[in-house]
Design a protein around this ligand. Sequence first.
Ligand code: SF4
Length: 247
Amino acid sequence: MPYKQQPRLSDCSNHKLGNAIYSWSIPPITTCPGRSHLCSNLCYALRSRLALPAQTSLYQRNYRFSMTDDFVPWMRLQMRMLLPRVVRIHVAGDFYDDWYVRKWIDIVRTATEVMYFTYTRSWRDDSMLPELIRLGKLPNMALWWSMDRETGPAPLIFGIRRVYMAVDDRDAAVAPDDCDLVFRVRRSTPMKKANGVLVCPAENGVTGKFRHTCTTCKLCWTKVRRSRWEEALSDILQREITTPDVE
Ligand code: SF4
């Protein structure tokens, strides 16, 4: 492959992801068509070591490469060489168009021994929504709709969970009670649940000897049978609800 500077999956050294999860990232903000003002202002990829020059230049390389026809075969090859158990898509960045989502559908479909997970606000872009739903239906893909108080509620789609980004503790207290998880940006008190919804264990503020990472927690990359709203609907209807297939 005649690329002078190579794209790269990040290895398992991310503090929050832990030691068993690879990740793929592209530049934040410019690749996030569904971003809100709130998440743009608070984006962690613009701070910390994710914003160091070496990282931002890698994200640019990855982004340019993702637009080429070599992206899908290269990523399939990475899966065969690195043999990752789990891949987090977009520690930085998001799905920027429907072609790019289709490429990920091809990758996820062919590397079925790998579990993928990601959070996206690109559900807010109508042109991408159908492809994102197809991606979220794949058995080895755990896709989350990302929300905050500016995005409004994400669509209720069978098999796709929803996470709420709470800016602070007051915001956490009014998290939508039908979402599946709450992330906390500024946290001043320990909080295991926010408005009845589980808070990410890595962000609940509870201190102890054991430090949660996504590797140990597993919640986000485990495909669940039903999300919270599906459970609630099932309870109301007092019967099992079936998940329609999407092709
Ligand atoms: S809930 Fe668990 S898997 Fe999800 S982001 Fe938090 S630590 Fe990671």
